[in-house]
Design a protein around this ligand. Structure first.
Ligand code: 13P
Length: 281
């Protein structure tokens, strides 16, 4: 069932649980993630970045792919199809018009007032179509930022103002994580998470969920994170498995066999991530 992220994230927030956002890159990624989460009865958010959407052929290709997989595979868990890091009102509008059920407007490169303005514009448009909106404040860097510094971290008072004035459904405060594989020490701002969890009512999102230990993830969830985005880690475990398969099977040329040889590793990774939810109470 394709749904927006409202209920699943509020349920997670209210129970100090988390919904995973796993990024999809292609048919196989979407299929493997859907089947695995379905077998574990765990709702999931499929995140598609603008780059991945372009790679797959366009917004409508992605909605068609996900909708039809849900139907043809008999997926019965709630599934949300989410635009990851929409860079403008226009890109969010394209996703909404194509049938995405959730969008992220990442106007974090704009100054504070313009970030509010752009985000509010997306919220007003999205809510008319029952689409949920996530937005970011502060800056969740990439691996180029590498060194985790306080400059990246969102300011509490601005976060509260941002949430109230934009009407977003979920919120990404920069809390010290970065996208990609970590090289430096991660310094997560648990106090900021707790304060926002206790004083606002929107589900909080952690970007850059790769490369973090299960203890860190558990602590973040206990502090009040309700959505964790994971991309690089799945790509990495897939790559390692496929590399091994190719080395061990140098004569295989069927792309289905090659691409799918990463399936077990991906499934194991997803299973481990979901299992941490059960001992997080
Ligand atoms: P990672 O690639 O670090 O897991 O980050 C994913 C992400 O935050 C997508 O929005």
């Amino acid at each position: 069932m394709l749904v927006n992220s409202k209920k699943m994230l509020l349920d997670a927030r209210n129970n100090y649980q988390v919904i995973y956002h796993f990024n999809i890159n292609n048919l196989e990624w979407a299929k493997i993630i859907l089947e695995k989460c379905n077998s574990m009865h765990t709702p999931v958010i499929l995140g598609a970045s603008l780059g991945a959407i372009k790679y797959m052929g366009g917004f409508r290709v992605v909605t068609g792919l996900v909708k039809n997989l849900i139907e043809d595979l008999g997926i019965s868990i709630p599934v949300c199809l989410h635009l990851d890091h929409g860079d403008s009102f226009e890109s969010c509008k394209k996703a909404i018009d194509a049938g995405f059920t959730s969008v992220m407007i990442d106007a974090s490169k704009l100054d504070f007032e313009n970030n509010i303005k752009e985000t509010k514009k997306v919220v007003d448009y999205a809510h008319k179509s029952n689409v949920t909106v996530e937005a970011e404040l502060g800056h969740v860097g990439g691996i180029e930022d590498n060194v985790i510094s306080n400059i990246l971290v969102a300011n509490y008072d601005e976060c509260v103002r941002f949430i109230n004035e934009t009407g977003v459904d979920s919120f990404t405060p920069a809390i010290g994580t970065v996208h990609g594989i970590y090289k430096g020490e991660v310094n997560i701002q648990y106090d900021l998470i707790k304060k926002l969890r206790d004083n606002t009512n929107v589900p909080l999102v952690m970007h850059g969920g790769s490369g973090l230990s299960h203890d860190i993830l558990r602590k973040a969830i206990k502090s009040g994170i309700s959505k964790i985005n994971v991309n690089s880690d799945i790509q990495y475990v897939w790559m390692e498995a496929v590399k091994k398969f190719i080395l061990e099977n140098p004569t295989v040329y069927d792309p289905r066999k090659i691409i799918y040889s990463g399936r077990d590793a991906m499934e194991k990774f997803i299973e481990d991530k979901i299992n941490i939810l059960h001992d997080n109470k």
